[in-house]
Design a protein around this ligand. Structure first.
Ligand SMILES: [Zn+2]
Length: 263
C-alpha cells in the first residue's frame, strides 16, 4: 500500500524521504495562478525515482464553468499540466470537479467536462490519467455530492477518466463516509487515489479545511475504512509540515498494517 503526502515542489524526493513516504503529490506551478508549468530540471531524477508521483493541477482551473474566460484557459492549463506530469513520469494529474455559477445550468457544466476530454483527445491526449477530485463546497458543483458525480460520469464515462476521493471534501460536502467507496465505485467504477484528510469543518458544512487525521470532526477509523475499501494509493494533504504529515502517515501505516519503504 502506497502512502504519502502533498509536499512542496522544490525537491519532492527529499520531502518524501523526510516523511518516509513512498508517494508524493505536488504542484507544478502556482496553484492560484494561470502560468503554464515550466519543464523541470530534475525531470530525469523524478522519472527514475522509486517514489510514486502525482501532480495536483492549480485550483483556478474550472473546466465546467459557462464563463469562456475561465473555461478555455482552464482546458489549456489542465492539458499543460498533464503533459508536464507525463514528462516527470507522474501517475496522474488531479483536478477539482469544478462548478457552474449560480443560475447557470449544471447540465452545461457536465457537457463542458465532456468537451474538455474531447479537446484533449484532439490534441494528442492527456498522456497521464486525469483524476477528478470531489470538492467540499458550493451549490453548483460537479463533484461535491454523488448525484452530481453520477451525472458527470454519464457525460464523460466514455473517456478514460480517473477519480480521486478526498475524505475531508466528502464529509464536509455532505456524504457519509460509511459505505462511500461502494457508492462511488458504483458510479465511477474506480478510485485511483485517496486524499486522506480530516476535516476542521462539520459534516455538510461545505468547508474545505483539512485537519490532521487525529484531529478534526471525522472519526479517524472511518478514514482508515475508506482507504481499506478503496484499495488505492493514499496522499495526506494535512497541516503541520514534515512532523504533522509523518505522524499521519505513521498512523495510517499502523492502522493498515502497511510497511514503510526501505530506507
Ligand atoms: Zn484533496
Amino acid at each position: 500500500m502506497r502512502i504519502g503526502a502533498h509536499v512542496d515542489s522544490t525537491d519532492p524526493l527529499a520531502e518524501a524521504a523526510a516523511r518516509s513516504a513512498d508517494t508524493v503529490q505536488f504542484f507544478l506551478s502556482d496553484p492560484q495562478g494561470w502560468k503554464a508549468p515550466k519543464p523541470r530540471e530534475d525531470a530525469e531524477r523524478l522519472r527514475a525515482a522509486e517514489v510514486d508521483l502525482y501532480v495536483h493541477a492549480p485550483y483556478v482551473i474550472n473546466v465546467a464553468t459557462l464563463n469562456n474566460r475561465i473555461r478555455i484557459p482552464s482546458r489549456k492549463l489542465l492539458l499543460g499540466h498533464a503533459n508536464a506530469a507525463t514528462a516527470i513520469g507522474a501517475k496522474g494529474v488531479i483536478v477539482h470537479g469544478g462548478h457552474v455559477n449560480a443560475g447557470d445550468d449544471l447540465a452545461v457544466g457536465f457537457d463542458n467536462w465532456r468537451k474538455t476530454f474531447a479537446y484533449a483527445a484532439d490534441s494528442g491526449g492527456f498522456g497521464v490519467p486525469v483524476l477528478i477530485e470531489n470538492t467540499a463546497g458550493g451549490d453548483n458543483a460537479c463533484a461535491r455530492r454523488l448525484d452530481a458525480l453520477a451525472r458527470l460520469w454519464d457525460a464523460i464515462g466514455d473517456y478514460e477518466v480517473g477519480f480521486c476521493l478526498d475524505t475531508c471534501h466528502a464529509y464536509a460536502g455532505g456524504e457519509e463516509l460509511l459505505g462511500l467507496v461502494d457508492r462511488v465505485k458504483a458510479i465511477t467504477g474506480r478510485i485511483d487515489l485517496v486524499h486522506a484528510n480530516n476535516s476542521k469543518g462539520a459534516f455538510n458544512s461545505g468547508q474545505d479545511r483539512h485537519d490532521n487525521l487525529g484531529g478534526g470532526t471525522i472519526d479517524p477509523e472511518l478514514v482508515v475504512a475508506v482507504i481499506r475499501a478503496a484499495g488505492a494509493p493514499v496522499v495526506v494533504e494535512t497541516p503541520g509540515g514534515v512532523a504533522g504529515q509523518a505522524a499521519d502517515i505513521d498512523f495510517l501505516r499502523e492502522q493498515l498494517g502497511a510497511e514503510s519503504p526501505a530506507a
